[in-house]
Design a protein around this ligand. Sequence first.
Ligand code: LAN
Length: 785
Amino acid sequence: MWRLCSDRGRQWWTFTAVEPAEVAAKPALAKELALIEAARQTFSQQRLERKQAADRVYRIQAALNAQGPLSSAELDEEFAKASSRTNEVEATLWRGLCWYARLQQPDGHWPGDYGGPMFLLPGLLIVCYLSRTVLPESHRSEMRRYILNMQNSDGGWGLHIEAPSGMFGTVLNYVALRLLDVDASEASLVSARRFIHEHGGAVMTPSWGKFWLACLGCYSWRGMNPLTPEMWLLPYGSGDPTGRTRPAIGWLSNPIMPARYWCHCRVVYLPMSHLYGMRACGPETALVRALREELYTEPYDKIDWPRYRHSCCPLDEYTDRPRVQKLLWDVLYVYEWSTNPLIRRLRDGWLRPRALRETLLQVRQEDVNTKWICIGPVNKAINMLVSWYDRASADAEAHFQAHQDRVKDYLWLAEDGMKMQGYNGSQLWDTAFAAQAYAESADLFLDTNSKLSEVLLACWRYLEMSQVLEDVPDPARFYRHISKGAWPFSTRDHGWPISDCTAEGLRAVLAIQSLYRQRGREELLTPPISEERLFDALNVILSFQNPSGGWATYENTRSYPWLEYLNPSEVFSDIMIDWDHVECTSACVRSLIAFLKMYPEHPRRMEIAEAIRRGVSWIKRVQLSDGSWYGNWGVCFTYGTWFAVEALVGAGERLDSCPELERACLFLEAHQHPSGLGGWGETFESCSKKRWHHAPEIQTVNTAWALMTLLAARWYERGPEQRELVHRAARFLQSAQRVSDGSWDQQLIKGVFNRNCMITYNYETVFALWALGRYRHALQTNLPT
Ligand code: LAN
């Protein structure tokens, strides 16, 4: 019996065996188990079609188990009220609001599957193997099930759950299954091996795969391009990484110092370079010896490693790596492997020990700052391995155990099995959106004495408990931006501040606050969030704005776009610097607008107004020639365009005087789904190929984003055709709801990072609700929008 536990946003799955007698005695339990079993069966029958698995059943179970803000009985009672509504849109909204409330956790956040990438679990399993961290058999068997479920019919695995097979996914998941005790003679492994051999063997794995194999002892460090840790000894140069004083790039900046890279890139290459620098390698076990035989087309001892430093299977190659890069690696390679006594003295006697001390210091501080969660799944696993090899620190043992304890934060169970998530969850992000979606329809339940208002109060509690209240210690030394007042993407313990998470968090707080203030019931919002904390959030948002006028993700842009030429990863693009993004810029602009509305007399009002103006002009500048905006973190043009249009409208732009708005609406009109049913649908290829790709079926989420965009721009005021377009989109969303429980089905994957890798969001219900709520105000009633 699996259960989802949660504590202040932290979420993890536990397993307890239940006796058949116990099941027989409790009909509810029996019903639940039957539901899960049924879902599993359908799933295994339709494996490939449903790889983008709904985690519906486990979410039902979670909802049944949890003592959420509302009990199931209360929710059943509320749900029944839908039938008394004569307005169909209101009835749909009501059912959806009740459904989504079932999933809310006691602490006010929404849990959900944040899987998608297929290269995460193998890394964790390699680290567990090397560090003798034993995962329970319950977890291991669900992991096996997951990986097998995600195998493509050609025997391989892709970069993410919807991707065609490549060597990165295939080699790593092959190794993962072997570490999970699957025998090499199993049919699935035989076909995976065939795939690997047909594509040149594991020497063709992209560099991040080679890294993991080298740690495990199944690849030689000589076959890797250098990850020289001495890079961390370079001077940072002028400029302020903390955002306290501007600018982040000064006159004497050192653009190639790793501390200037995008934080995700630098904190992954940081522990990688530490392990590379010490040539970390696990013991030669029987399994390692077997893998050495299974993964290659020639005998392991005969492999000419340096020949394969630059090699990568064409199936995986996404990013161009220019010649200059190879040249640079070749120079560093000489430094790394030279036996010349002078270079050796310099390297081994002087530089390397210093470099390893510095990388270890930085790694450990990242562990401490994030309470051992780490910024993401990749550095979580690598930092844990660094910690395993670190015997010298006084508290080495406790430090490593703290790492082990945080492994479960990344593991999510769904009907397709157990996976490692792309983050320790998307708690704050989902809660901030949910709060805004509920706020959009708040009149339905706040003024009718409905228990649903508990949902918003619980959102408030989560918003309160997840705001980050402090900067990390010595931010400049550890190259960290200020975080006091920010909201993270997941939990306060994680704590990395993000521009748009802070913006959405602040907007959600202001939205709930203004609803309760209007009704004179602000005292219900407990615990209170002081004005000072809101001003801190404002301060963070302002500090994140770049001289360009745009906003990047976690930090200011610290180096130059040309650094991308040095991007060594074959599979990810645009990872070297923290770029400006339309989503971050729009979210920040809108939160500043909301803030000014609430505090028109704030001492920083002039600065805020100027920031908004610069942000809006940045957004206009990056509109594409077809009228759309490219979405960096969601699939894809409907996402980017939605963000951009919201900000323009929020800043007071109107359709008749703003050509950008008109072109955006025309773009959407021209990209409706060919089925003619009045919706929109994009696949992940819109992101990776940077051109619109129609999904085979209309997608609820794309339709909701498009509908919100058209409503924000008041496209329906143009004429009867435009009005009909909007009505049809709304009708589609209504028809896509499951009337029996009020939910919207999960469809194709909807999140993305670094252009090429997709990640799951549970956006269907929340955006359908948000869009329909707005539609109701705009076109169904006379209420003000
Ligand atoms: C995320 C998740 C949240 C996302 C938004 C807030 C939605 C976005 O608007 C800004 C960027 C951000 C914070 C983001 C950046 C990249 C992340 C962290 C992820 C997509 C989650 C996972 C991904 C991370 C890089 C995955 C680990 C893989 C590596 C290649 C290191």
